[in-house]
Design a binder for this molecule. Sequence first.
Ligand code: GLU
Length: 435
Amino acid sequence: MSATPSLSGPSGHALPSYLQADQLGPWGIYLQQVDRVIPYLGHLARWAETLKRPKRALIVDVPIELDNGTIAHFEGYRVQHNTSRGPGKGGVRFHQDVTLSEVMALSAWMSVKNAAVNVPYGGAKGGIRVDPKTLSRGELERMTRRYTSEIGIIIGPTKDIPAPDVNTNEQIMAWMMDTYSMNQGATATGVVTGKPIDLGGSLGRREATGRGVFTVGSEAARHIGMDLGQARVAVQGFGNVGSIAAKLFAQAGARVVAVQDHAGTIYQPAGLDLPALLAHAAREGTVMGFQPAETIANDSFWDVDCDILIPAALEQQITAANAGRIKARMVIEGANGPTTPQADDILQERNVLVLPDVIANAGGVTVSYFEWVQDFSSFFWSEDEINARLVRIMKEAFEGIWNVAQQHKVSLRTATFIVACQRILHARELRGLYP
Ligand code: GLU
């Protein structure tokens, strides 16, 4: 297996500095993942360099007036990694650690994810380097609106459609939709997904990512003969993805034994009372302080006795330093990029099945696709219809990927990349080069 990311072009010329900037970070990880699939791409490998460069990347200055009268500047990004199969699509995150190379990687993972579930989109992602907890509601609104206006030159319902991601939500999507629409002079609900229901949002969107995590987790459990009714689950992250996934696993009879969030880690081997924990977290803003769970050190989370581990927070959480300690038989990546390639290899050697982000958390963008279709047709579906279609798409995609993994004797991540990259590069080849 390749150990170093490819950082030079086909003729050996050094790539532009922005592509080399973060060799060990998410973009470097993504490049390694691409290198691993090239041997399986057949004649399409000729086009593989396409996957290693974002089609378009925009850096914007986002100045706002703070409540105290001073002017603050934030750096924002929107990257369109690939649009061969359709418009760009992917979320926007507000986080103090956001960088261009991180957004590049996240946009590339969206290309792979959208192709893996076969929704007609390319991949894109955006972000602002800011800790939104330090802003008032008014400051957050002004920042969101100015950012939307700045990236307005490349987004649009048929060009690139943002959505929620880390620290962004329905209200932020409402402000983005309104700002874009005001600039256009017409209400354009299809410019973002993950909107409030009353503004063209879709039923089931809020729960969709967690539901997708649960769906592929259940399918994989069936394949390896794991009884969900007996399974113990540990979840990192209790936001939109982790909390819903935990709830659905608990409803299926599993015991959720540990939860870690931004404030700390709680542990209860007999199983946490999920409805009560959800109410506690909604009230307190954290799982910490939930009774009768005990508090354990954050690092001890990785040693917890469990069958299923769900990283549903940020990138690069499972590394060479902790992969050897994980007790679970199955890791379901609710977050984007939580496992480093080295950790991937350690887990594979130890026979831990990893359900990769690019299929495991694709439920969110799948229902985003339903929302976009509903907005275009101005005809809205029932929640049952949405959930049934979501489960069907996720199961079919997972089944196809499982078979490719068996056929080539590769990990599910490499199998997902094989399926997705073939779709992307086949579209690339059919379209041809212009001019
Ligand atoms: N931010 C989510 C993701 O990483 C959803 C993106 C979308 O719905 O466009 O998949």
